[in-house]
Design a protein around this ligand. Sequence first.
Ligand code: MRU
Length: 369
Amino acid sequence: MSVTEDTVRLSRDGRALDIIDQTLLPGRAERVQLRTTEEIWDAIRRLRVRGAPAIGVSAAFGFYLAALNALTEDPEEFWRLCTEAGKYLNSARPTAVNLSWAVRRMQSVLDSMRGESVAAQREALRREANAVYEEDKAVCRRIGENGLTLLEPGMGILTHCNAGRLAAVQLGTATAPIYVGEEKGYGFHVFCDETRPLLQGIRLTSYELTDAGIDTTVICDNMAPTVMRRGMVQAVLVGCDRVAANGDTANKIGTGGVALAARRYGVPFYVCAPSSTIDMETRTGEEIVIEERGGEEITSMWYREPMAPAGVRTFNPSFDVTDAADITAIITEYGIAYPPYEQSLAEIMRRKREENGLSGQSAGIGGHS
Ligand code: MRU
């Protein structure tokens, strides 16, 4: 199986979430079908499906499947069962805002139809989940097109973690400019940080890029400054899990250090962000909840034997916050935001409202218009 298949989708029979199980990669590329809310929650928690956009799409389909499995014809009981399922799905992981964003979207459809027949509500939820899935594909392509305007053929590009196809439905976010560039023969050389402790860079990003025929080199996380210092990298592209209103950005642990090295060596540092990841209600990175995971991910998960003395204390924050000051630009589907981000991100969100038929007003933005 090639990972060019959609990472997440509804199964053919329409009764299951169908995902590529990312815990098995790169050794085995297998799809798995998840039918219950509990199975979907568990898959998000254990990173069988992961990456902010893919988590959002999974939650939307998860909400719909909960509606499908809610065995009642009483509209109030149906509303209660779906609302409970949404809250439960939302608790699977805290940092990626796409999870709560998708659940909120589904909940507002549910709320707007409260009291109508269960069949009508189910159908509206199916349509909304499908819209979240279809939009993700279009959004990633637009990020790819906007991001490509910042790149030159033959560039060395460094990326951290996996913000690729496997983190979205197709194309990914940080990899979208790379894939779109590849379609035009840009011939990029991509460096993938291995991304300790869960190795998304080496296990997932290097896998999908080589699968797509892209020139790929894997490095350990502590080698990123070296490839920059040696002039092997002309741009950094990373994804994000939540962008605060001031531009501070949460992404996989280690991203902040890459940004500091990039600044030191004069390499542009770009965050690729679907507008669903921009959280204008979070003012700064200080307010972003950072998931902490078990210490065994550091001490023993990838080793034949534990690599630390039994009982040693561990600290395993899964994400860090890159300061807005260290980010050259934030690439969205509505254009490219430059500092000061308070203004430019507000302008991006205004464009989004405008494109979706709502209103608003203009700041330092480039790209798609
Ligand atoms: O813990 P993960 O693997 O879900 O973390 C993923 C990342 O940090 C990605 O860079 C981010 O979600 C953006 S994916 C387009």
